[in-house]
Design a protein around this ligand. Structure first.
Ligand code: 4AD
Ligand code: MG
Length: 477
């Protein structure tokens, strides 16, 4: 007898075949119908028990959440809602689930409640769908880069450099509580620490990826990154996964083309390969939207949004043009922005990004050529001396999904910039070497994987698209 998973059973049309399967009980009704789910698909399979020939004790143990093994025959279903079902000949309880204690009842739970039960929440339709899409998306990411001759590079998690110069890092140390040795001037003496220097969890693999681009030509990272920023928002995590391609001899225009092509490609991939899950998530979002006031509802369903992004060009707009649009916008004039836009040079907040994307352009937007002093040290200075070749990709409902730049490849300009921004040249000697030996134009970007999963699944909170979220005050599981 062949063991099959539910996805395989539902795909095959071999009725009257004898099979074995295992899974978790979603519901059990009339002492007869088990809705069984094994995680292979959003769909349950109905397993019909011959209750007259099943002992009372076993029937009692078929409860929501229990793990069971079934042997039986695939038959055409008499009932509505499914085409085939399993006529059970043998049932074994593998693991009981006490219905008085099991947190995941067959009813609607709030996402907050499910976050507190993140170890069990993938037993629900929404979270199993989200995590299957997440898995398929990561495969699509690798597929895209591998098919386009990029090399996957694993950059270090523990680093001595602050790639973003933002100082929001988690320190890595083996010093014991209150026992860190001090230097003469009373500072912690990291030369005596494990690595012989101050080290932190990486905020980005970019700088190391640049070294690989400047030898292998095309490189990409896909790994965990860490930010100790105290942002309690629906779009920030303290630990998130970032995808960072980096390409030698590519300028900012090429970088924009790459970002757009990459995002469209992975979205098309999941549209093709996650149909059932996306249809479910599309319905879920439509239901959720119904509870909002008409004016706040999205004009498009999830699937429409995904197709829209896959099929339409992203709008490319310079920072300077964006500032003009924002300055003259209704919310700015009516003082509706929390941070009013008065002059060129202002940093854009998510309210501004969302206005541009959702109200003004109504499509994904790539903003480029930002003021130098609101961006990181490594971005290439334009001839105007005040803007840099930076780009951010902004998405509806998400805001910034990609941040990238053409890198400063000129040694002297980079040194000046580092001095002006207080970046330690000694620490980044190796990064400067890349400008001394065979330097060339190169560019890359970072895409926050969870923000991509959020967009693709229509989930409102970033904590609901990563298995075990890390946020301020929370490292449970
Ligand atoms: O804009 P960021 O900070 O850029 C960098 O780190 C560059 N070194 C990337 C590069 O050019 N290689 O971060 C890139 C992206 C953001 O656009 C956002 O999608 C995501 O990473 N991101 C976060 N996602 C979740 N939680 C956070 N706290 C995030 N911070 C950034
Ligand atoms: Mg950014």
């Amino acid at each position: 007898m062949k063991e099959k998973n539910v996805a395989e059973i539902l795909k095959s049309d071999s009725v009257l075949q004898e099979i074995a399967l295992k899974g978790w009980v979603r519901t059990f009704r009339s002492n007869r119908f088990i809705a069984l789910n094994d995680g292979s698909t959003i769909k349950n399979i109905q397993c019909v028990i011959d209750f007259e020939n099943t002992d009372e004790e076993t029937l009692k143990r078929i409860t929501t959440g229990a793990a069971i093994a079934i042997k039986g025959t695939i038959v055409e279903s008499q009932g509505r809602g499914q085409t085939v079902e399993i006529q059970v000949s043998e049932i074994t309880i593998l693991g009981d689930s006490n219905p008085d204690e099991y947190p995941i009842q067959p009813k609607k739970h709030s996402f907050e409640f499910l976050r507190e039960n993140a170890h069990l929440r993938t037993r629900t339709n929404t979270f199993s769908a989200v995590m299957r899409v997440r898995s398929k998306l990561s495969f699509a990411v690798h597929k895209y880069f591998q098919e386009n001759d990029f090399n996957y590079v694993n950059t270090p998690i523990v680093t001595g450099s602050d790639a973003e110069g933002a100082g929001e890092m988690f320190r890595v140390t083996t010093f014991e509580d209150n026992k860190a040795p001090l230097t003469e001037d009373g500072k912690i003496d990291f030369s005596k620490d494990f690595f012989g220097k101050e080290t932190n969890l990486t905020v980005s693999g970019q700088l190391e990826a640049e070294a690989y681009a400047m030898s292998l030509g095309k490189a990409y990272t896909f790994g965990p990154t860490f930010r100790a920023e105290n942002s309690n928002t629906t779009r920030h995590l303290a630990e998130f996964w970032m995808i960072e391609p980096e390409v030698a001899f590519m300028d900012l225009d090429g970088n924009m083309d790459l970002a757009e092509d990459f995002i469209k490609s992975v979205i098309n991939d999941v549209l093709e390969n996650c149909k059932d899950d996306l249809e479910f998530l599309d319905q879920r979002l439509t239901q959720e939207e119904k509870s909002k006031p008409q004016a706040q509802r999205s004009e498009m369903s999830l699937l429409e949004k995904l197709r829209f992004v896959a099929d339409n060009n992203f709008k490319r707009v310079s920072y300077t043009e964006a500032i003009d649009i924002l300055r003259n916008s209704k919310p700015n004039k009516k003082k509706k922005f929390q941070f009013p836009i008065n002059e060129w040079g202002a940093d854009l907040q998510s309210e501004h990004e969302r206005f541009l994307v959702e109200k003004h352009f109504k499509c994904p937007v790539i903003l480029f050529d930002y003021p130098a002093n609101i961006k990181a040290f490594y971005m290439r200075l334009n001839d105007d001396g005040k803007t840099v070749r930076a780009m951010d990709v902004l998405f509806p409902g998400i805001g910034e999904i990609v941040g990238g730049a053409q890198r400063e490849e000129r040694y002297d300009v980079l040194i000046d910039k580092m001095k002006a921004m207080n970046i330690d040249e000694k620490e980044l000697w190796w990064y400067l070497d890349l400008r001394k030996f065979g330097s060339a134009v190169h560019s890359g970007f970072g895409l926050g994987f969870e923000r991509l999963v959020q967009f693709t699944t229509g989930m409102g909170n970033i904590r609901d698209v990563i298995p075990f979220p890390r946020t301020p005050q929370n490292a449970e599981f």
